[in-house]
Write a protein that binds this ligand. Structure first.
Ligand code: PMP
Length: 366
């Protein structure tokens, strides 16, 4: 067997240990004589899997008791609509900070339901930075303030969050799309009203979406909201209002246990910082590769980099594939290269990439 070195942005590499455990349990989960895919979501075995996953996630992220943890479907994209449908209440405005492609999509969807105030945007800078929070022009009557904590395509990440707690809860609830950096570092959940994330990067396979929402924000969905889009319906039913994505939920549980076995999110953050620092150092120290993102906003999860002339991209990517370094092509909207360094990407993968980049530079620098 030859496991690829997989830098995919998502669906992305999963920990080998997790896949091995899923493989070992595939035909006969815990003596049931069936796979988790084949069992009722109401069975005692699955309820145990579901509850354990939630418990582990709560422990990993230290999620306070006054938050619901929901295991939903529809991807982060459905949250672009569910957030306004559920949180607007009787307000007609929401604040959004535009830091790139995913914020832009969230804004576009929210604009179907309310007047969106773009409190700040990095568009004029080609989305290479996080706009300074001191300059954000928030609206006095916004129902919530939405950010994308990590822009998967642009490789721009919030390294601190606007202050919403510690005795100065000055604004509306902070909502964050954490699809591509959830579980990559400790976060203070109490500073957020709602956090959502598609699972297919740091959590598990596609098909599962995690929502962490403060309980007092649930229950005021706008009239006419389909019940499947109402957080209250899912919270009431323990995310089993209909058949949940059982296998993805089970795999997410295995990933949570794996993160615990590594020492939790603080230990994982240290690893992630080391991996990213190495790669950025190699890019900055090179005369060929460059990072399009300002230093203080660089993502530890998605590292875009460019070559001076676009025509070298194809040669770089072909050589990478030959060496088993896969999925390094940048998103079709921005081009260039992108290495995604999610939790399951080992440090040795980064070392292999850096070694290849040095080799490529020697061969191509004129
Ligand atoms: N937000 C971010 C930050 C993402 O990276 C993605 C997917 N790459 C999405 C939203 C959309 O997620 P989904 O495909 O699960 O709807």
């Amino acid at each position: 067997m030859n496991r690829a070195i997989n830098f995919s942005a998502g669906p992305a590499a999963l920990p080998t240990e997790v896949l091995e455990q899923a493989q070992a349990e595939m035909l006969d989960y815990a003596g049931t004589g069936m796979s988790v895919m084949e069992m009722s979501h109401r069975s005692a075995e699955f309820i145990d899997i579901a509850e354990r996953a939630e418990r582990d996630l709560r422990e990993l992220l230290q999620i306070p008791d006054d938050y619901h943890v929901l295991f939903l479907q529809g991807g982060a994209t459905l949250q672009f609509a569910m957030v306004p449908l559920n949180l607007l209440g009787d307000r007609g405005t929401a604040d959004y900070v535009n830091t790139g492609s995913w914020s832009t999509k969230a804004i576009k969807e929210a604009a179907r339901f309310c007047s969106v105030n773009v409190a700040a945007s990095a568009e004029e800078h080609g989305f290479d930075r996080i706009p300074d929070p001191e300059t954000w022009a928030c609206s006095p009557d916004a129902a919530y303030l939405h950010i994308c904590s990590n822009e998967t395509i642009g490789g721009v990440q919030f390294h601190s969050f606007p202050d919403r707690e510690a005795g100065r809860d000055v604004g509306p609830p902070l909502v964050a799309d954490m699809s591509s950096d959830i579980l990559s570092r400790p976060i203070d959940v109490s500073r957020f009203g709602l956090i959502y994330a598609g699972a297919q990067k740091n959590v598990g396979p596609a098909g599962l979406t995690i929502v962490i929402v403060r309980k007092d924000l649930v229950g005021a969905a706008r009239p006419g909201t389909p019940s499947m889009l109402d957080y209250a319906v899912h919270a009431e039913a323990g995310s089993m209002s209909n058949t949940p994505p059982t296998y993805a939920w089970y795999l997410a549980g295995l990933v949570f246990a794996w993160v615990r076995s590594l020492g939790g999110v603080a230990a994982v953050e240290e690893r992630n910082r080391r991996k990213a620092a190495k790669l950025y150092e190699a890019i900055d120290g090179s005369n060929l590769f460059r990072s399009p993102v300002v230093e203080e906003a660089r993502s530890t999860m998605n590292v875009p980099f460019t070559l001076p002339a676009g025509e070298l991209d194809a040669a770089f990517l072909a050589g990478a594939t030959e060496r088993g370094l896969l999925n390094l092509k940048g998103h079709r909207s921005v081009g260039g290269m992108r290495a995604s360094l999610y939790n399951a990407v080992p440090e040795s993968a980064v070392d292999a990439l850096i070694a290849y980049m040095r080799e490529f530079e020697t061969d191509h620098l004129r």
